[in-house]
Every structure is written in structure tokens, then in C-alpha cells.
Write a protein of this length. Structure first.
Length: 80
């Protein structure tokens, strides 16, 4: 059994904008949908810059979309 928690706010905000995971990923500069799928499924967290850009595209607050689960960089997750 997995402890992964789905990011329902991100999923709903994306759907409210009529975007697929792939379309959102391309808008954010990613080549495929896997990054967005991983954020939605709780397997990974975006960098701060990616979270801010996602919030702009979806017209939502970063905290609403990701809570406090945002990375400082690609390799270092924030745990404060």
C-alpha cells in the first residue's frame, strides 16, 4: 500500500482550465506529461519557479495548489 497523497487542488484547477496534463506540461516547458502527473500523484514536488509558473497559468495561489510541498531546487526538497 502506498502513502502517496493525490494533489486534488492541482488536478481540479487544471481541469477547470480545460487542460490535459500534457498541455499544461508543454505550457510550462516540459516535453511530456510525466512531470505534471508526478505532481498530481504526489510522487514529486515542483521547484519554486515551476510552482509559481503553474500558479500563473492556472490562476491560483501557489499555496492552494501545492501547500508547503515545493522544492528549493531540483535536487533539494524544502523541509522547514
Amino acid at each position: 500500500m502506498t502513502n502517496t497523497k493525490r494533489n486534488k487542488n492541482l488536478i481540479q484547477a487544471r481541469k477547470d482550465k480545460g487542460l490535459t496534463q500534457e498541455k499544461l506540461a508543454k505550457m510550462l516547458g516540459y516535453s511530456g506529461k510525466q512531470t505534471v502527473a508526478n505532481w498530481e500523484n504526489g510522487h514529486s514536488s515542483p521547484t519554486l519557479s515551476a510552482a509559481i509558473e503553474t500558479a500563473k497559468v492556472l490562476e491560483k495561489d501557489v499555496t492552494y495548489l501545492f501547500g508547503n510541498k515545493v522544492q528549493d531546487s531540483h535536487t533539494n526538497t524544502s523541509s522547514a
